[in-house]
Design a protein around this ligand. Structure first.
Ligand code: HEM
Ligand code: SF4
Length: 560
């Protein structure tokens, strides 16, 4: 894991002091709301429906146990005793009063964390594969590259006031687990025919109001040039991205307006000015950073553990958890574990201080002191010995963190929605809760198999609803909350934007609507066919027919 050097620490400490003073002046009436706004946004502080919302960055989702303990302490001392993990591997506090935020920043700085560039029109947190470094299908570890780019982007003076926010994701595995196709820049590490490392670069992807799958701008840029190439993209965007209309300000709009060929031409023109300049990477610099991500001290273990297999055979509940929440690891005798933050009745992605402290203890005991956050809003222990999985499972189960539902219908990705967010059209957490309550039969869930449901409370799409196999979007019609449903979206290598099935539904209808979509799938599926593959094969019509034509007479469907 990357550790701050004296320079990093100084930058963060100085920002804390600066923000403390800005907050003092604001509270004393010396900085008006308007003057304070850009300042607070530079520090991840939003003003929400009921209280401030404070977002803290977790670079590529990595958390050390001391950081987990700090989050727990801050949530207990300054908030309501829980935090929320987001779909961009960040963490949010929902209730902390304004005046305590500088103190929280100071505490975070002690464990090498900060909230810088978690909001505002700048380069945001770099996201990546939660199984980086341990996945069997990994070609190149993305973390050193994400870290190098993070350092380049932090406080980059030229890119502090972009037309709009800017998100970059890095993937290094065969399967894209970083959703690179829906990022402003998606970086895909690969080797060319000569075995040299480089990047396939996608640009102009994004969700929100205008969902677009990113387009390939370069099929291979050698690693030495990754910073200068990103710089060239950002310069073209900074100069020509629209500043007159915030809805049209993201890079995807510029790329669509110019066309990818013209955009590429402009970027290459710009690149010619910076290529081979001081930001060209050297082997020394890559190694300096890569050293932080060397393998932990794995033990030489047999591939199989007798006790582990015995527990699977003897204990059905453990076997079901292993099936859904445990993943293969590149090292014999090890596995990766996903702790579910999707226990029915708990808002997706929420975790209490007590649970965070337990996770920290288990990280120390079972997984080299580290945990990771997934963009699906769960936690990962990357490196657990198979022989210890049963013990870990027992502990996690007691703490409510072992729901065996990873990738299943109840593993819902969900934004905070109308319960917290002032931009929301509708609530999203109660929809997730109602669906989880309806589908409480684990056998049925396992039979339905892999399916992703994503819920956003408005078109900003923080819940990634466009790429959900089933996407649910809160819409406002004449002051009432309604829900539009899409199907056929997906993330990963075959990323696709879902299609709207028809008029929106009232909240109370949503569990029935989901049931009918699932029933249609069960009726139509081929053996071993996943929901998304059935949708791709048969299209929307059978689903629409079931949900609308056969609907109960009382079903409340919007008439627009
Ligand atoms: C996560 C770990 C590492 C990363 C990301 C990494 C990355 C790189 C990259 C990008 C290159 C240049 C490749 C090219 O020219 O196409 C390189 C070269 C090299 N790496 Fe690493 N490396 C890592 C670990 C190591 C380790 C552990 C060693 C040795 C103990 C090592 C030894 C070398 C050597 C000898 C070269 C060739 C240097 C040269 O061309 O002058 N690397 N590495
Ligand atoms: S999708 Fe909309 S409602 Fe949900 S968190 Fe984002 S802005 Fe708020």
């Amino acid at each position: 894991m990357y550790r701050y050097d004296a320079y990093d620490q100084k930058l963060v400490d100085e920002r804390v002091a600066q923000f403390r003073d800005q907050m003092r002046r604001h509270l004393a009436g010396e900085l008006s709301d308007d003057e304070f706004r850009p300042v607070r946004l530079q520090n991840g502080l939003y003003i929400q429906r009921h209280a401030p919302m404070f977002r803290v960055s977790i670079p590529y989702g990595h958390l050390a146990s001391r950081q987990l303990r700090k989050l727990a302490e801050l949530a207990r001392t300054y908030d309501k005793g829980y935090v929320h993990f987001t779909t961009r591997q960040n963490v949010q506090f929902n209730w902390s009063p304004l005046e305590v935020i500088p103190e929280m920043c100071a505490e975070l700085a002690k464990v090498e964390m900060h909230s810088i560039q978690t909001s505002g029109n700048c380069i945001r947190n770099f996201t990546s594969d939660p199984f980086a470094g341990v996945a069997g299908d990994e070609l190149i570890d993305p973390r050193p590259w994400a870290e190098i780019l993070r350092q380049w982007a932090t406080f980059h003076p030229e890119f502090a006031y972009l037309p709009r926010k800017f998100k970059i994701a890095v993937n290094g595995a065969k399967e894209d687990r970083a959703v690179i196709q829906v990022h402003d820049i998606g970086l895909d590490l690969k080797k060319n025919d000569a075995g040299e490392i480089g990047f396939r670069i996608l640009v102009g992807g994004g969700l929100g109001r205008t969902p677009i799958i990113g387009r390939e701008i370069e099929s291979f840029i050698p690693w030495q040039h990754i910073i200068t190439y990103c710089e060239a993209i950002l310069r073209v965007y900074n100069r020509y991205g629209r500043r007159d209309n915030s809805f049209k300000a993201r890079i995807k709009i510029l790329v669509s307006a110019l066309g990818i060929d013209e955009f590429r031409w402009q970027v290459r023109e710009e690149w010619a000015h910076v290529k081979d300049g001081p930001n060209t990477l050297t082997v020394e610099e890559v190694h300096r950073v890569a050293d932080f991500f060397e393998d932990p001290a794995y033990e030489a273990l047999p591939a199989d553990d007798v006790g582990y297999h015995h527990h699977i055979a003897e204990d059905l509940a453990f076997a079901s958890w292993v099936k859904r929440n445990v993943r293969a690891h590149k090292k014999p005798g090890y596995a990766s574990v996903v702790l579910s933050l999707k226990k029915p009745g708990v808002p997706p992605g929420d975790i209490t201080s007590e649970q965070l402290e337990l996770v920290a203890d288990w990280a120390d005991r079972f997984s080299f002191g580290e945990a990771r956050v997934t963009h699906e809003q769960n936690l990962v222990f990357a490196d657990v010995k198979k022989s210890e999985l049963h013990t870990l499972w027992q502990l996690a189960r007691k703490a409510g963190l072992a729901t065996p539902n990873i990738g299943l219908l109840t593993d819902i990705i969900c934004c905070p929605g109308g319960d917290f967010c002032s931009l929301a059209n509708a609530k999203s957490i109660p929809i997730a809760a109602a669906i989880q309550e309806r589908f409480d039969d684990l056998d049925y869930l396992h039979d339905v198999g892999d399916i992703e449901i994503n819920i956003s409370g408005c078109m900003n799409a923080c819940g990634h609803h466009h790429v959900g196999h089933i996407g649910i979007l809160g819409v406002d019609k004449n002051g009432e909350e309604w829900y539009q449903v899409t199907i056929g979206g997906s993330q990963g290598n075959n990323a696709a934007i879902g299609k709207v099935i028809g008029p929106s539904f009232a909240r109370a209808e949503m569990p029935d609507v989901i049931s009918e979509l699932i029933e249609t799938y069960i009726q139509e599926r081929h053996e071993d066919e996943l929901f998304i593959d059935t949708v791709r094969r048969i299209g929307l019509d059978p689903f629409k027919t079931r949900v609308y034509a056969d609907r109960q007479p009382h079903r409340k469907v919007a008439n627009v």
